[in-house]
Design a protein around this ligand. Structure first.
Ligand code: GTP
Ligand code: MG
Length: 287
């Protein structure tokens, strides 16, 4: 068994023989059916999972200009690790999915999911996790703003502690970079509220850059509400309080290409949902 896992790790072709039908782009159908709901809340059968492998999900929407920088950077950073990258693109008008396919070439460690008729960062990450094979699941932005060089350390932390590693802007050594005052204030308020609500306390619960032990994620996946941008917050809200969590500092970079999808509306919606959760917590003890 262990031998087979070694082979799977070292040879993408053997993975393909194991019933893999999405070495390139796959199409996901709209969100109406029960099977879609299941795809968000279950994952591959355990026999497909690979011990000691990082599965990194990159949610993308109109990041065609950024992927040609980010994917080669990742290949260099992760070269000493067993890994796979799953790009989950929501049928971007700029054809990010096609760029990702072209860049991945014959590298079977990089897969592309082209979701048609759906939008959403958190659901994209959930969907990537649902087809991931590694025992460590991670998510990062594909626009170059996350410092991907800390990924190997995040992977090691999760492997050693079987918990969660957060790429953090709010621990010593980390920073939010060059945000304007409005974003600073909104983020500070939302971060404080989130920390108060989360079962597991970290200083940057709204980070989009994190890694989690597959078993920890699978145990709570059916209880998640993958809305908006903040999937880590949702996870920290629901994992058992004793789950080990560590933060790795990084500096949030300025976007150099493409446009932000984090509109003011999305930020206010999140703040409103946090307030709603706080009220529910006070009156019903649930969130
Ligand atoms: N699949 C998918 N990905 C998305 C969606 N919205 C955003 N993303 C991706 O999620 C990542 C983070 O989105 P950004 O718009 O950069 O948000 P942000 O980094 O918090 O905000 P900025 O600092 O303003 O860029 C990027 O890789 C986006 O392409 C979406 O609806 N679907
Ligand atoms: Mg960004």
């Amino acid at each position: 068994m262990q031998k087979m896992q070694e082979n799977q790790r070292n040879d993408g072709k053997s993975l393909r023989k194991q019933g893999d039908d999405h070495s390139s782009a796959s199409f996901a159908t709209p969100a109406s059916s029960a099977s879609f709901q299941r795809s968000l809340t279950t994952s591959l059968p355990t026999r497909y999972t690979i011990n000691s492998m990082l599965s990194l999900v990159l949610p993308t929407y109109n990041e065609a200009e950024n992927l040609p920088r980010v994917l080669p950077e990742l290949a260099e950073i992760l070269k000493d690790l067993p890994y796979e990258i799953i790009v989950v693109d929501d049928d971007s008008p700029d054809h990010t999915w096609r760029v990702a396919e072209r860049l991945s070439g014959t590298d079977l460690r990089v897969r592309v999911i082209r979701r048609v008729g759906r939008r959403g960062l958190s659901t994209a990450v959930m969907e990537g996790f649902a087809v991931a094979r590694g025992d460590v699941l991670a998510a990062a932005d594909a626009d170059g703003q996350h410092d991907l060089r800390i990924l190997p350390e995040m992977y090691r932390i999760v492997k050693e502690k079987s918990g969660i590693a957060v790429g953090s802007r709010y621990v010593p050594g980390g920073s939010v970079g060059e945000w304007d005052e409005r974003r600073h204030v909104l983020s500070r308020v939302a971060t404080r509220l989130s920390i108060a609500l989360c079962r597991v306390k970290v200083r940057d619960p709204m980070s989009g850059f994190f890694a989690v032990d597959r078993k920890v994620f699978e145990a709570i996946a059916p209880t998640l509400h993958p809305k908006g941008f903040k999937i880590l917050f949702d996870i920290l809200l629901r994992v058992p309080a004793r789950t080990p969590a560590a933060e790795v500092p990084y500096t949030f970079r300025t976007r150099t290409a493409g446009a932000s999808k984090l509109s003011l509306r999305v930020q206010w919606q999140f703040l409103a949902s946090l307030l709603g959760a706080a009220v529910r917590r006070i009156f019903t003890r649930s969130v």
